[in-house]
Design a protein around this ligand. Structure first.
Ligand code: M6R
Length: 366
C-alpha cells in the first residue's frame, strides 16, 4: 500500500507531480489562456461581482491561502485577506454579501474551518470550498466547490494536498482575473503554460533528492531552524517550518525575510541553520541581502536557489538547486526540498514520520 516507499509521507511527496497534473487536467485551457468555468465553483457573474476575497483555513491549508492571496491580488486585483479559521469566529468577524469566502481544507472536516465558514454564511457571504474530499462537511456547507485531485492523504504531515491547493488557487486567480478584465490573455496563457509544465519540473527536483538527504543529515541535531522567504517564498518558509516541527520535533520558525531585522536576527549564531528561499525572482536582491546578514553573524545558510546561480554558490554553505521557472509557479517547486528535509531529519531521528506524537490527521474539535 506504500508502493515500495518506507512511509506514506515519502510516497505522497513523490506523488505530487501526478496529482498536480490531475488537478490541472481538463481545467486549464492553454489555447485561450483561460480556466474552464464549470470546474471552478464560481460563476462568471459572481467572479465579476465580488469586492473582497476572504480566505480562511488552518495549518498547511492556511499557508496555501497566503500564496492564494498573493496570486488573487496580483492577477485579479481583488483585495484579499487570509485569516486563521480558529481566530475568525472568536473575533466577531465582519462579512459582506459581496465577499467570496474561500474555505481551504484537505479533509473537509476541520471543525475550526467549518465554524468560520458558518459565521461567513450567516452574514450573507458566498462560500467556495477548496477541498480534497468530495462531499465532506465543508463543501456540503458551501455554495460551490473546487476540488483538488490529490487522492487520499494518509501521512499526518500534509504534502501533496498542499501543492494541489497551490495549483488550484493559481488557476482560480487566473479565472477571476480573466472574468474581471485585469489579466490579459497573453499573461494568462504564459502563467498557465508555466503551471502546466510544473509536474515535469517537480519530477526532476524529486528525482535528484540525494543531496537533500545530505543536507538533512547536517541538520539532524539542530534545536532551532529558521526559514526565510519573501513574496511567494514567505508562505513556503512558514510551511517548511511547520513540516519540520511536526515530524522532527525540532523548533522551527518561518519568517518573512524582511522581518528578520525586527527580532529573529538576535537568534543567529554559528549553531543556527537558516534555510533561505532565494530563487531568481523579483525579490532576489532583497532576499540576498537578508542572506548576507545571516552569514555576517556566522549562521549556516541552506539556500533554495536557481540552478547556476554563482552568487548564491559563493554566499551560502549548502544549496538546493531548482530549475528556472516563472515567478508565479515557484512555490510549487520551492516547497519540495523543504518537505524532503523535514522527512529525512525526522527519519534520521527515528521518529514515527506518518504518525507524529500528539497530532491527529483531521482535527474535528475546536
Ligand atoms: O484538513 P485540513 O486541511 O483542514 O487540515 C488543516 C490542518 O489541520 C493541517 O493542515 C495540519 O496543519 C497538517 N498536519 C499540516 O501538515
Amino acid at each position: 500500500e506504500r508502493g515500495g516507499y518506507k512511509h506514506f509521507m515519502l510516497k505522497e511527496i513523490h506523488e505530487q507531480p501526478d496529482v498536480v497534473e490531475a488537478t490541472l487536467r481538463g481545467r486549464v485551457d492553454l489555447v485561450n489562456g483561460d480556466v474552464h468555468a464549470t470546474e471552478i465553483g464560481v460563476s462568471p457573474e459572481l467572479a465579476r461581482e465580488i469586492r473582497r476575497v476572504y480566505i480562511t483555513a488552518c495549518g498547511t491549508s492556511h499557508h496555501a491561502g497566503i500564496a492564494g492571496r498573493y496570486w488573487i491580488e496580483q492577477l485579479a486585483r481583488v483585495p484579499t485577506v487570509v485569516e486563521l479559521a480558529s481566530e475568525v469566529r472568536y473575533r466577531d468577524p465582519i462579512f459582506y454579501p459581496d465577499d467570496l469566502v474561500i474555505a481551504i481544507s484537505q479533509s473537509g472536516e476541520t471543525a475550526d474551518t467549518i465554524a468560520a465558514l458558518k459565521a461567513a454564511k450567516a452574514q450573507g457571504a458566498k462560500v467556495l470550498a477548496l477541498c480534497n474530499v468530495v462531499d465532506s462537511a465543508i463543501p456540503r456547507a458551501s455554495d460551490g466547490a473546487l476540488y483538488t485531485h490529490a487522492g487520499p492523504e494518509i501521512g499526518v504531515a500534509s504534502t501533496k494536498c498542499f501543492t494541489t491547493q497551490l495549483a488550484a488557487l493559481l488557476m482560480l486567480a487566473v479565472y477571476l482575473g480573466r472574468r474581471r478584465g485585469t489579466l490579459d490573455e497573453g499573461r494568462a496563457r504564459e502563467t498557465l503554460q508555466a503551471l502546466w509544465e510544473i509536474p515535469n519540473q517537480m519530477r526532476d527536483v524529486l528525482g535528484d533528492a540525494d543531496y537533500v538527504h545530505a543536507i538533512a543529515k547536517k541538520m539532524t541535531h539542530a534545536k532551532d531552524v529558521l526559514f526565510l522567504g519573501r513574496g511567494l517564498g514567505f508562505p513556503i518558509a512558514l510551511e517548511g517550518a511547520l513540516k519540520l516541527k511536526e515530524i522532527s520535533y525540532a523548533h522551527a520558525e518561518g519568517y518573512a525575510a524582511g522581518e528578520m531585522k525586527h527580532g529573529p536576527i538576535a537568534l543567529i549564531d554559528e549553531t543556527l541553520p537558516v534555510v533561505v528561499i532565494c530563487p531568481r525572482d523579483a525579490h532576489f536582491d532583497k532576499t540576498v541581502s537578508n542572506l548576507e546578514e545571516v552569514r555576517a553573524r556566522e549562521g549556516q545558510v541552506i539556500a533554495i536557489a536557481t540552478k547556476g546561480d554563482e552568487q548564491i554558490l559563493e554566499k551560502s554553505q549548502y544549496q538546493v538547486w531548482l530549475p528556472k521557472v516563472r515567478d508565479e509557479v515557484l512555490p510549487l517547486l520551492t516547497v519540495l526540498p523543504l518537505q524532503l528535509i523535514a522527512y529525512y531529519v525526522a527519519h534520521l531521528k527515528g521518529n514515527d514520520v506518518d504518525q507524529p506524537r500528539n497530532l491527529a490527521k483531521t482535527v474535528t474539535v475546536e
